[in-house]
Design a protein around this ligand. Structure first.
Ligand code: GAP
Length: 514
């Protein structure tokens, strides 16, 4: 059986071969951590965005959407804390010239010690069987205790160093832990420096007039600065939300794992404005609602888990991630943050404009608190792709690669296939195609054997193939072939539209969220 690493490689090459994802500017050898979506990828991405938008905006009377600009007034990023604090600590290895995130090197080192503890636990479990008491073992076994003390000491020093912004101490931890560069194997490290993740450019034609501006690192700030515009023009009453999807940019130091960590990516964010003091209630509500939304994608509930943030960002009083079991393990898919009144207050201070809400029930004005849900569209895409991809051995000994994408999200919903390229079959197929294409993304394919055509559609995740044969000309029936079961059934052409509408409808999925 192929391991996860091989499967992930296969998913990446499948994405390219079938027009889902290409490396950006590939003819120039690509641009690191920047990707283009191809003809299939763009459809799947659009469908995921639409599903999020409908679930958040259309299904909630008190949530509206906006589309703010990528460029914003530079003071926005001073107010939000990104100019001063949106940093990663980086370190270079002098021999390999490779750059690393210092925090990641330390976390990976700690993970290795944790793995040693787990190994001891697993060994003991095997030895003692039923009677094994894990908690007691961890509290008494000398080797486990020694390793746990190491972990506590490293993490304690690291937390302290971060709080004091003591980068020399961060470097010293790396040295003391004897962490080596995975490429050169050496411990020849530079000093640790803070690296701001925002991309900057300049606005204005002549250099003297130009201002440094940033490409937004999150879409959220476009919502905060428009809070009062939307509240007033939409006569919104608290609690209410503003949703937005769009590009964000981060100059990630270590960018790898395909579209998981990109330098240009898309976020789908919703800021929910609430009365101060009610934020924890809403935080818990949105944790539940967002997990439910993910579960409707049908990728398997055990592939998701919550992970509470131990170290909270400067703006948050509670925060967690929804993690997904990607081919490289559980990693953050979505963030849910209780952002307090930090952002609106900061924008009030920097702009000198009041960003308050008059609450008629309390007869008082206040700066609302905010609960944010923020999911990366590209990571969501990767979650669907990685679980949809299957390599199957069939009964006849052949293999097929299929993408079991939920029907309502599939890039192409129906493929229309005349069995032969003659006898009036293509013309009949075109008639059917013309009926279906007004409603659904359809493909027309008359090349190669029908078996090859089915496989091509399986590989791009088309849930239904309709085959037009000689009988179709006689009795106006066609066969539908189902991607997941590969079964076929004969149906009347005049029932076709209804059948397909029903099977690819987003309506039922949205109803299940109510
Ligand atoms: N407004 C809050 C915010 O931006 P975040 O946890 O930094 O929070 C939210 O980002 C989501 O955006 C993440 O959960 C992830 O899905 C996505 N994301 C962040 N950085 C990314 C990157 N470099 N590449 C792809 N997606 C990214």
């Amino acid at each position: 059986m192929a391991n996860q690493e091989d499967i992930f490689k296969n998913i990446i090459s499948h994405s390219k071969e079938y027009g889902f994802i290409f490396q950006s500017s590939e003819i120039y050898d690509g641009l690191s951590a920047v990707y283009d979506y191809g003809q299939m990828g763009v459809e799947l991405k659009k469908n995921l965005r639409e599903f999020w938008w409908k679930a958040m905006v259309q299904m909630h009377e008190n949530i509206v959407g906006i589309d703010a600009s990528i460029f914003m007034h530079p003071t926005t990023w001073k107010a939000s804390g990104h100019v001063d604090a949106f940093n990663d600590p980086l370190i270079d290895n002098k021999d390999s010239k490779k750059r690393y995130r210092a925090d990641v090197l330390i976390e990976e080192h700690v993970a290795k010690i944790e793995a040693k503890i787990q190994k001891e636990v697993d060994k003991a479990k095997e030895r003692f069987g039923e009677s094994f008491d894990e908690a007691q073992f961890k509290a008494t076994n000398a080797r486990v205790l020694e390793n746990q003390t190491k972990i506590d000491s490293i993490l304690g020093r690291f937390k302290d160093a971060l709080e004091k912004n003591n980068l020399e101490e961060v470097r010293q931890i790396i040295v003391d832990c004897e962490i080596v560069c995975p490429v050169s194997g050496s411990k020849n490290w530079t000093e640790v420096r803070q690296f701001n993740l925002m991309f900057s450019t300049s606005m204005g034609a002549v250099s003297e007039d130009s201002n440094v501006i940033y490409l937004r690192p999150e879409t959220a700030q476009g919502i905060f600065v428009n809070f009062l515009n939307v509240q007033k023009s939409g006569r919104m009453k608290i609690p209410f939300g503003i949703a937005q999807t769009g590009k964000a940019f981060r100059n990630e130091i270590v960018a790898r794992q395909f579209i998981f960590r990109m330098r240009e990516f898309e976020q789908m964010e919703m800021q929910f404005f609430v009365r101060p003091g009610t934020e924890m209630e809403w935080y818990n509500y949105w944790k539940g609602a967002r997990m439910k939304w993910h579960s409707t994608l049908g990728l398997g509930e055990s592939n998701y888990r919550f992970h509470d943030h131990l170290k909270l960002a400067h703006y948050a009083n509670a925060a967690c991630d929804i993690e997904f079991d990607f081919p490289f393990g559980f990693k953050e898919l979505e963030g849910i943050h209780s952002r307090t009144d930090f952002d609106l207050k900061a924008h009030e201070q920097h702009s000198g404009k009041k960003l308050q809400y008059f609450d008629p029930e309390l007869n008082q004005s206040y700066v609302p608190y905010v609960v944010e849900t923020s999911v990366g569209l590209d990571r969501l895409f990767l979650s669907v792709l990685s679980k949809a991809y299957v390599e199957e051995k069939l009964e006849d000994g052949t293999t097929r690669v299929a993408l079991n994408i939920p029907s309502f999200l599939a890039p192409i919903k129906v493929a229309v296939l005349p069995l032969l390229k003659k006898d009036g079959l293509p013309e009949k197929a075109r008639e059917i195609m013309n009926i279906l294409k007004c409603e659904h993304a359809c493909a027309f394919d008359e090349k190669d054997t029908i078996g090859k055509r089915y496989r091509r559609q399986d590989a791009i995740g088309t849930p239904f193939c309709i085959t037009i044969d000689h009988q179709s000309l006689e009795d106006n029936t066609v066969t539908i072939r189902y991607r997941d079961t590969m079964l076929q059934e004969r149906v009347a052409i005049d029932k076709l539209q209804q059948i397909i509408d029903d099977k690819v409808s987003i309506k039922k999925v949205l109803q299940s969220l109510m």
